[in-house]
Design a protein around this ligand. Structure first.
Ligand code: GDP
Ligand code: MG
Length: 163
């Protein structure tokens, strides 16, 4: 089986945009396991000849706040079980919130390699805006723009080293 890279983070940080930029095909891989495709979609990806499965998480659209936050937590736990590398996406425009901190708490307990990607950094030279993301305790933040592609190549170069 191919190595698995899971993209986690709260809604609207740009997970699907990020996955669609990196995945090879438009179509998600249909997973045989019942219930799995409902909240996660699997995509084939390749970077410099390294093939992997990219998992877009957090497709559940919810009712109550509790269930909503529970799903973010559940996705983070699932990623720590299933993935070989986890990309934790946060929103560089809005900054960190309580949901990000909750996901970070879960991910810090995992022994899987975690890459912290700060999305929506659409203009270059934003290194000076990265300081706040160190407080998540997940090492160096990687500024990216899933929409425009800035920084994604650097992140992938580092990511495939972990596979
Ligand atoms: P998800 O809920 O985490 O899957 O987030 P989506 O991929 O659906 O994106 C949420 C919103 O953020 C959409 O309106 C995207 O167009 C926008 N978005 C995603 N990536 C970027 C980015 O790099 N820059 C900007 N400015 N907007 C982005
Ligand atoms: Mg999405």
């Amino acid at each position: 089986a191919l190595p698995v890279v899971a993209v986690v983070g709260r809604p609207n940080v740009g997970k699907s945009t990020f996955v669609n930029r990196i995945a090879e095909a438009d179509e998600a891989i249909v997973h045989e396991m019942r219930g799995v495709t409902r909240d996660r979609s699997y995509h084939e990806a390749d970077w410099n000849g390294v093939h992997f499965t990219l998992v877009d998480t957090g497709g559940i659209e919810m009712g109550t706040d509790d269930a909503f936050q529970g799903s973010i937590r559940a996705q983070a736990f699932a990623a720590t079980r299933e993935a070989d590398v986890i990309v934790f996406l946060v929103d560089g425009k809005t900054g960190i919130n309580a949901d990000d901190e909750e996901v970070a708490r879960i991910l810090r307990k995992s022994d899987k390699p975690i890459m912290l990607a700060v999305n929506k950094m659409d203009t270059p030279n934003k290194v000076d805006e990265m300081w706040e993301f160190y407080q998540l305790g997940l090492g160096d933040p990687w500024p990216v723009s899933a929409m425009h592609g800035n920084g994604t190549g650097d992140l992938l170069d580092e990511l495939v080293e972990e596979l």
